[in-house]
Design a protein around this ligand. Structure first.
Ligand code: PLP
Length: 369
């Protein structure tokens, strides 16, 4: 049996009564689309972040699409981001007709190398997408300085950073718009697809609400700017409300797991995650690094332990983005890291026994490679 592919089933066994009650609550409410659960979740998720406006949407990719459109980003514009991210970050930029422009990453945190951003700004740049990757935040102060100098909005991609903090500020409260995913594996996951946008700006919020709803002013049924059908499902919203009350517990459990890994691999040549100064990491993915990555993964496979790589192919090397003109060597740190990283099992419902088995097996493998 192959272990350690994340599954929601252990969590479901623990939370089943609550999840089923959430489903029943919606089914008996008489409102299946944009009803009281979506509205309540939006209010509660906004309150958790201390941000006034939240709009529930259908997934994280479309949260970025709507966020960019709400900021006025479109065809012919350039958007600065990173290539070391989940492809949807970049797919969303492409979907609004804009051109992604990539900064390289920091070799220790794997996050955007903010020092490179100023040199990438052109007169077509319209937005910076800061991806708070793996569970910790991009170095915001220097990024905000560049954004302010060039009058550019920052969109935070918070799909991997629910509850992460940066010098006390919570992810999603720092940019002009934030985009969240509730894909089931995320730190706050739905039982299906879901997403949200968040903003402090009432006008941007109004744009987001229209864009989610065909582009209609809902009370007039008139389309001002054509949008999308991008609504958060009522059932998922009610499940997310229940799970939001446990988000801090999920994060605490992830930190315990991360601390155990850190202790277990101290003194080995496996590089464990480094938390940047001022960051409170939520460990969406527990990314480690070793120059003999491929041999390690092969050896683990022989012990029935199959691990993921987030991400093996940087976006700029993928065929769908060949037209952007990047080639091998364009982003040297991103490319080098992609050859050496892999992810240790990390989810709140990971049992101590399973983690112990991963640790023991990997320690054995490391002693031999
Ligand atoms: C998961 C993820 C997304 C996309 O979210 P979906 O809900 O799957 O559309 C976007 N950006 C990042 C960084 C992600 O990890």
């Amino acid at each position: 049996m192959t272990l350690f592919v994340w599954g929601y089933l252990p969590e479901y066994e623990k939370e089943r009564d609550d999840i089923l009650d959430a489903v029943d609550t919606v089914f008996r409410s008489g409102r299946l689309v944009l009803g009281p659960s979506v509205q309540a979740f939006e209010e509660e998720f906004a309150a958790y972040h201390g941000v006034p406006h939240c709009v529930g949407v259908d997934n994280g990719t479309n949260a970025i699409v709507l966020g960019l459109r709400a900021l006025g980003v479109g065809a012919g514009d350039e958007v600065i981001t990173v290539s070391n991210t989940a492809a949807p970050t970049v797919v969303a930029i492409d979907a609004v007709g804009a051109t992604p422009v990539f900064a390289d990453i920091d070799p220790d945190t794997y996050l955007m190398n903010v020092e490179q951003v100023a040199a990438l700004v052109t007169d077509r740049t319209r937005c910076i997408v800061a991806v708070h990757l793996y569970g910790q935040c991009v170095d915001m102060a220097p990024l905000e300085a560049i954004a302010a100098e060039h009058d550019l909005p920052i969109l935070e991609d918070c799909a991997q950073a629910h509850g992460a903090r940066h010098h006390g500020r919570i992810a999603g409260s720092m940019g002009q718009v934030a985009a969240f995913s509730f894909y089931p594996t995320k730190v706050l996951g739905a039982y299906g697809d879901g997403g949200a946008t968040m903003t402090r700006d009432a006008e941007v919020d109004a744009n987001l609400r229209r864009l989610r709803y065909y582009g209609m002013e809902s009370q007039y049924y008139v389309v001002s700017t054509p949008g999308y059908n991008s609504r958060l499902d009522e059932v998922q919203a009610e499940i997310l409300r229940r799970k939001l009350t446990r988000l801090d517990d999920y994060i605490a459990r992830r930190r315990v797991i991360a601390a155990r890994y850190a202790e277990a691999f101290a003194g080995t040549d496996l590089v464990t995650p480094k938390t940047a100064p001022g960051n409170d990491h939520v460990y969406y993915v527990h990314v480690v690094r070793h120059p003999k990555r491929d041999r390690i993964l092969e050896a683990l496979k022989a012990h029935d332990i199959v691990l993921n790589i987030s991400y093996p192919w940087p976006v700029h090397t993928q065929s769908g983005f060949a037209h952007l003109g990047y080639r091998k060597g364009s982003l040297p740190v991103t490319e080098r890291v992609a050859d050496e990283i892999f992810s240790l099992p990390m989810y709140a419902s990971l049992s101590d026994i399973d983690q112990e088995r991963v640790i023991d097996t990997l320690r054995g493998v490391l002693a031999k490679v």
